[in-house]
Design a protein around this ligand. Sequence first.
Ligand SMILES: O=C(O)CCC(=O)C(=O)O
Ligand SMILES: [Fe+2]
Length: 226
Amino acid sequence: MMITIPQLLSAAEVRHFRDRLAQAEWTDGRATAGHLASQVKNNLQLPEDSPASRELGDLVLQALGRHPLFLSGALPLKVLPPRFNRYEGGGTYGPHVDAAVFSVPGTPHRVRSDLSATLFLSEPDEYEGGELTVSDTYGEHSVKLPAGDMVLYPGSSLHHVTPVTRGARLASFFWVQSLVRDDAQRALMLELDGAIQQLAVDAPGHPSLGRLTGVYHNLLRQWSET
Ligand SMILES: O=C(O)CCC(=O)C(=O)O
Ligand SMILES: [Fe+2]
Protein backbone atom coordinates (compact mmCIF):
# COMPACT_ATOMS: atom_id res chain seq x y z
CA MET A 1 0.00 0.00 0.00
CA MET A 2 1.20 3.47 -0.86
CA ILE A 3 0.09 6.33 1.40
CA THR A 4 0.43 10.01 0.56
CA ILE A 5 0.73 12.26 3.60
CA PRO A 6 -0.16 15.80 2.57
CA GLN A 7 1.47 18.80 4.27
CA LEU A 8 3.64 17.01 6.74
CA LEU A 9 5.54 20.32 6.75
CA SER A 10 3.97 23.79 6.42
CA ALA A 11 5.20 26.25 3.77
CA ALA A 12 7.13 28.13 6.50
CA GLU A 13 8.77 24.90 7.69
CA VAL A 14 9.75 23.98 4.11
CA ARG A 15 11.38 27.44 3.78
CA HIS A 16 13.39 26.81 6.94
CA PHE A 17 14.53 23.40 5.63
CA ARG A 18 15.51 24.91 2.29
CA ASP A 19 17.52 27.72 3.90
CA ARG A 20 19.34 25.27 6.12
CA LEU A 21 20.00 22.81 3.26
CA ALA A 22 21.31 25.59 1.00
CA GLN A 23 24.19 26.20 3.47
CA ALA A 24 24.88 22.52 4.21
CA GLU A 25 27.81 20.47 2.91
CA TRP A 26 26.78 17.57 0.66
CA THR A 27 28.74 14.37 0.06
CA ASP A 28 28.51 11.50 -2.43
CA GLY A 29 25.41 9.40 -1.67
CA ARG A 30 27.30 6.20 -2.55
CA ALA A 31 28.96 6.39 0.89
CA THR A 32 25.86 4.91 2.56
CA ALA A 33 24.87 2.46 -0.19
CA GLY A 34 25.55 -1.27 -0.09
CA HIS A 35 27.60 -2.89 -2.86
CA LEU A 36 24.74 -3.42 -5.33
CA ALA A 37 22.97 -0.12 -4.60
CA SER A 38 26.21 1.84 -5.04
CA GLN A 39 26.30 0.72 -8.69
CA VAL A 40 22.96 2.42 -9.43
CA LYS A 41 23.12 5.37 -7.02
CA ASN A 42 24.16 8.81 -8.22
CA ASN A 43 23.09 11.55 -5.83
CA LEU A 44 24.29 13.68 -2.94
CA GLN A 45 23.50 13.29 0.75
CA LEU A 46 24.04 15.16 3.98
CA PRO A 47 26.45 13.28 6.26
CA GLU A 48 24.24 11.66 8.91
CA ASP A 49 26.15 13.18 11.81
CA SER A 50 26.16 16.75 10.42
CA PRO A 51 24.41 19.42 12.54
CA ALA A 52 21.97 20.23 9.70
CA SER A 53 20.99 16.58 9.29
CA ARG A 54 20.39 16.16 13.03
CA GLU A 55 18.48 19.40 13.47
CA LEU A 56 16.23 18.94 10.43
CA GLY A 57 15.85 15.21 11.12
CA ASP A 58 14.49 16.02 14.59
CA LEU A 59 12.00 18.45 13.04
CA VAL A 60 10.82 15.71 10.65
CA LEU A 61 10.34 13.34 13.60
CA GLN A 62 8.32 15.97 15.50
CA ALA A 63 6.12 16.57 12.44
CA LEU A 64 5.54 12.82 12.04
CA GLY A 65 4.43 12.56 15.68
CA ARG A 66 1.77 15.23 15.07
CA HIS A 67 0.34 13.80 11.84
CA PRO A 68 -2.70 11.52 12.37
CA LEU A 69 -2.42 9.84 8.96
CA PHE A 70 1.22 8.91 9.57
CA LEU A 71 0.32 7.44 12.96
CA SER A 72 -2.71 5.47 11.74
CA GLY A 73 -1.16 4.43 8.40
CA ALA A 74 2.34 3.48 9.55
CA LEU A 75 1.53 2.37 13.13
CA PRO A 76 5.16 3.28 13.87
CA LEU A 77 7.25 1.44 16.43
CA LYS A 78 10.66 2.91 15.51
CA VAL A 79 11.69 5.57 13.01
CA LEU A 80 15.28 5.81 11.80
CA PRO A 81 16.88 9.26 11.90
CA PRO A 82 15.74 10.97 8.67
CA ARG A 83 18.41 11.50 6.01
CA PHE A 84 18.56 14.15 3.27
CA ASN A 85 19.40 13.80 -0.40
CA ARG A 86 19.79 15.93 -3.51
CA TYR A 87 19.69 14.98 -7.19
CA GLU A 88 20.82 17.32 -9.97
CA GLY A 89 22.70 17.25 -13.30
CA GLY A 90 21.27 13.86 -14.34
CA GLY A 91 21.45 12.48 -10.78
CA THR A 92 19.40 9.32 -10.36
CA TYR A 93 18.92 6.22 -8.24
CA GLY A 94 18.39 3.06 -10.28
CA PRO A 95 16.14 0.14 -9.33
CA HIS A 96 16.85 -1.31 -5.89
CA VAL A 97 15.24 -2.73 -2.78
CA ASP A 98 16.26 -1.07 0.49
CA ALA A 99 18.19 -3.03 3.09
CA ALA A 100 15.87 -4.97 5.40
CA VAL A 101 17.54 -3.91 8.65
CA PHE A 102 19.39 -0.70 9.54
CA SER A 103 21.61 0.03 12.54
CA VAL A 104 20.74 3.16 14.47
CA PRO A 105 23.96 5.24 14.38
CA GLY A 106 25.74 5.46 17.71
CA THR A 107 23.52 2.84 19.37
CA PRO A 108 23.34 -0.98 19.46
CA HIS A 109 19.74 -0.80 18.13
CA ARG A 110 18.44 -2.05 14.82
CA VAL A 111 15.33 -1.09 12.87
CA ARG A 112 13.55 -3.29 10.33
CA SER A 113 12.49 -1.26 7.28
CA ASP A 114 8.82 -2.21 6.99
CA LEU A 115 8.11 1.16 5.36
CA SER A 116 10.20 3.52 3.25
CA ALA A 117 9.42 7.24 3.18
CA THR A 118 10.27 10.16 0.93
CA LEU A 119 9.42 13.69 2.10
CA PHE A 120 9.61 16.06 -0.88
CA LEU A 121 11.40 19.36 -0.20
CA SER A 122 11.41 20.84 -3.74
CA GLU A 123 8.33 21.93 -5.67
CA PRO A 124 7.59 19.77 -8.75
CA ASP A 125 8.14 22.73 -11.13
CA GLU A 126 11.65 23.32 -9.77
CA TYR A 127 13.03 20.23 -11.50
CA GLU A 128 12.54 17.91 -14.46
CA GLY A 129 12.49 14.15 -13.83
CA GLY A 130 13.11 12.98 -10.27
CA GLU A 131 10.01 10.78 -10.10
CA LEU A 132 10.07 8.19 -7.35
CA THR A 133 8.78 5.09 -9.13
CA VAL A 134 7.62 2.20 -6.97
CA SER A 135 6.70 -1.25 -8.30
CA ASP A 136 4.17 -3.42 -6.53
CA THR A 137 1.72 -6.14 -7.49
CA TYR A 138 -0.52 -3.48 -9.11
CA GLY A 139 2.25 -2.19 -11.38
CA GLU A 140 4.47 0.90 -11.29
CA HIS A 141 3.50 4.11 -9.51
CA SER A 142 5.35 7.35 -10.16
CA VAL A 143 5.31 9.91 -7.40
CA LYS A 144 6.29 13.57 -7.47
CA LEU A 145 4.65 15.59 -4.71
CA PRO A 146 4.52 19.24 -3.64
CA ALA A 147 7.20 20.34 -1.17
CA GLY A 148 6.16 19.35 2.37
CA ASP A 149 4.21 16.26 1.25
CA MET A 150 5.44 12.74 1.94
CA VAL A 151 4.90 9.27 0.49
CA LEU A 152 5.12 6.00 2.45
CA TYR A 153 5.55 2.70 0.59
CA PRO A 154 6.40 -0.87 1.56
CA GLY A 155 10.12 -1.33 2.21
CA SER A 156 9.90 -4.57 0.25
CA SER A 157 9.13 -2.81 -3.07
CA LEU A 158 11.54 -2.37 -5.93
CA HIS A 159 11.86 1.38 -6.59
CA HIS A 160 13.96 3.96 -8.42
CA VAL A 161 14.29 7.71 -8.91
CA THR A 162 14.37 8.89 -12.54
CA PRO A 163 17.24 11.21 -13.61
CA VAL A 164 16.89 14.89 -12.67
CA THR A 165 17.67 16.66 -15.95
CA ARG A 166 16.88 20.26 -14.88
CA GLY A 167 17.04 21.98 -11.50
CA ALA A 168 17.54 20.09 -8.24
CA ARG A 169 15.38 17.71 -6.23
CA LEU A 170 15.79 17.87 -2.46
CA ALA A 171 14.17 15.32 -0.19
CA SER A 172 14.30 13.67 3.18
CA PHE A 173 14.11 9.89 3.24
CA PHE A 174 13.95 7.36 6.05
CA TRP A 175 12.60 4.03 7.20
CA VAL A 176 9.99 2.95 9.73
CA GLN A 177 9.58 -0.27 11.66
CA SER A 178 5.86 -0.74 12.17
CA LEU A 179 4.03 -2.39 15.05
CA VAL A 180 2.39 -4.43 12.27
CA ARG A 181 4.98 -5.93 9.93
CA ASP A 182 2.57 -7.10 7.22
CA ASP A 183 1.50 -4.50 4.66
CA ALA A 184 -1.92 -6.09 4.04
CA GLN A 185 -2.72 -6.19 7.77
CA ARG A 186 -1.65 -2.55 8.12
CA ALA A 187 -3.91 -1.62 5.21
CA LEU A 188 -6.87 -3.28 6.97
CA MET A 189 -6.11 -1.39 10.20
CA LEU A 190 -6.07 1.91 8.32
CA GLU A 191 -9.36 1.11 6.57
CA LEU A 192 -11.04 0.10 9.83
CA ASP A 193 -9.71 3.21 11.56
CA GLY A 194 -11.08 5.40 8.76
CA ALA A 195 -14.51 3.73 8.91
CA ILE A 196 -14.67 4.20 12.71
CA GLN A 197 -13.68 7.89 12.42
CA GLN A 198 -16.36 8.44 9.77
CA LEU A 199 -19.00 6.66 11.86
CA ALA A 200 -18.09 8.83 14.86
CA VAL A 201 -18.93 11.89 12.73
CA ASP A 202 -22.06 10.50 11.04
CA ALA A 203 -23.60 8.62 13.98
CA PRO A 204 -22.06 9.99 17.17
CA GLY A 205 -22.80 7.85 20.21
CA HIS A 206 -23.86 4.83 18.14
CA PRO A 207 -23.29 1.68 20.27
CA SER A 208 -21.45 -0.05 17.40
CA LEU A 209 -18.68 2.56 17.69
CA GLY A 210 -17.48 1.06 20.94
CA ARG A 211 -17.64 -2.47 19.57
CA LEU A 212 -15.75 -1.58 16.39
CA THR A 213 -13.14 0.32 18.39
CA GLY A 214 -12.77 -2.83 20.50
CA VAL A 215 -12.24 -4.88 17.34
CA TYR A 216 -9.58 -2.36 16.20
CA HIS A 217 -7.63 -2.65 19.43
CA ASN A 218 -8.03 -6.41 19.65
CA LEU A 219 -6.75 -6.86 16.09
CA LEU A 220 -3.79 -4.63 16.94
CA ARG A 221 -3.18 -6.81 20.02
CA GLN A 222 -3.17 -9.90 17.77
CA TRP A 223 -0.97 -8.44 15.07
CA SER A 224 1.47 -6.08 16.77
CA GLU A 225 5.03 -6.98 17.67
CA THR A 226 7.02 -4.72 19.96
O1 LIG B 1 15.14 9.91 -3.12
C1 LIG B 1 14.19 9.15 -2.93
O2 LIG B 1 13.01 9.50 -3.07
C2 LIG B 1 14.42 7.71 -2.53
C3 LIG B 1 15.82 7.41 -2.09
C4 LIG B 1 16.03 5.94 -1.94
O3 LIG B 1 15.36 5.12 -2.53
C5 LIG B 1 17.09 5.43 -1.05
O4 LIG B 1 17.93 6.25 -0.59
O5 LIG B 1 17.10 4.21 -0.78
FE1 LIG C 1 15.59 3.20 -1.70
